[in-house]
Design a protein around this ligand. Structure first.
Ligand code: TXA
Ligand code: MG
Length: 314
């Protein structure tokens, strides 16, 4: 086991926070079964306590040990998608502290598909509560450097597992009712879920009607104002410094000081993987405005568009 991993386990056992890589985004981890440790997550992030956390475990068995009822569909989804970017909401057992779930009787569970995350969960030998390792409402981190930029020396250790391959957060599905319900589009495409659970209820992402607590209309937001573009129109802002964030090959680039193309091939997986880093780069330029082109609403396009809409919400 590496030096860093040893230190991470020691810190977590001592009730401290450690940031670690997952395949989606970097997480800010704490011992999920200890309220005093979990409280530090809310304090460091500046996160309101009504926004519940996802609990990460090393395997499905350890995840389901935290649930009071595990329907067959949970087993089927875990079998097909874990480890991976899927979070399942199930009724919680009493051992899960109320702070983790914002006082709700359900808990969000996930087995991440990153070797370093799994190694950490194995070595710690317990569940880790971990939100994305960014200050509340801001852009999620997809590299260790992003996490350091967010928290600086206030965070003792960031495990560096390289850039996240998926790049958008996990898909969240609630299994609390008879029919599974999509709460957040994410790294597991809805089409893949439908092949296992055709009865899944989906929704179009309406930022004003969050289905999951904490899914606020304004989220994943750069400091620079971000607007969504339909068609090729360029906002009438003569003399203003504009940036363009384009999911596929950029359509009309005139008038933009900087253009970030997420995938030249228009590949949605590649685009998702580069979304947050590109948003950060544009944000760092001190532009007057970032204009973003939406993806098509299929596959990972759903998750990308959800993040772009929330980033643009004023
Ligand atoms: O990919 C991910 O899911 C990343 C990595 C680190 O695993 N984590 C992540 O966590 O995105 P966070 O805190 O940014 O988002 C957690 C969201 C909450 O905002 C809430 O919408 C939902 O998960 N959630 C958590 N517990 C829930 C519950 N009991 N019922 C419904 N939604 C819940
Ligand atoms: Mg987050």
């Amino acid at each position: 086991m590496s030096e860093d991993l040893n230190q991470a386990v020691a810190l977590l056992k001592a009730g401290e926070l450690v940031a670690f890589p997952t395949e989606t985004v970097y997480g800010l981890g704490a011992n999920a079964l200890q309220t005093s440790s979990v409280l530090k997550i809310f304090e460091l992030k500046g996160r309101p306590q009504f926004d519940p956390l996802i609990v990460h475990t090393k395997d499905a068995q350890s995840a389901f040990a935290l649930a009071s009822n595990v329907p067959k569909v949970a087993l089927a989804l875990a079998e097909r998608f874990w480890p991976g970017p899927l979070t399942l909401v199930l009724p919680k057992r009493d051992i899960v502290p109320d702070l983790v779930t914002s006082g709700m009787s359900s808990v969000a569970l996930r087995v991440p598909a990153h070797p370093m995350a799994l190694e950490l969960l194995q070595a710690f030998d317990g569940p880790l509560a971990a939100p994305s390792a960014n200050r509340f409402g801001r852009i999620s981190p997809t590299t260790a450097e992003h996490v350091r930029q967010e928290f600086g020396p206030a965070l003792k250790l960031v495990l560096d597992g390289g850039p996240c391959k998926t790049g958008v957060e996990s898909t969240i599905v609630s299994l609390l009712e008879e029919r599974p319900l999509l709460l957040r589009p994410g790294g597991t495409p809805v089409e893949a879920l439908l092949s296992v659970i055709p009865q899944l209820r989906t929704h179009t992402s309406d930022p004003l009607r969050p289905l999951a607590p904490g899914q606020l209309p304004s989220h994943y937001a750069p400091r620079t104002q971000l607007v969504l573009r339909t068609g090729d129109t360029v906002p009438h802002l003569v003399g203003r410094r504009l940036g363009l964030l384009s999911v596929g090959p950029a359509r009309n680039q005139t008038g933009f000081e900087c253009v970030e193309v997420l995938s030249e091939k228009g590949d949605l997986r590649e685009a998702a993987a580069s979304l947050f880093a590109a948003m950060r780069r544009l944000d760092a330029l001190g532009l007057d405005l970032i204009v973003a082109d939406l993806a098509t609403d299929v596959g990972l396009g759903l998750a990308i568009n959800d993040r772009l809409r929330r980033a643009s919400y004023k």
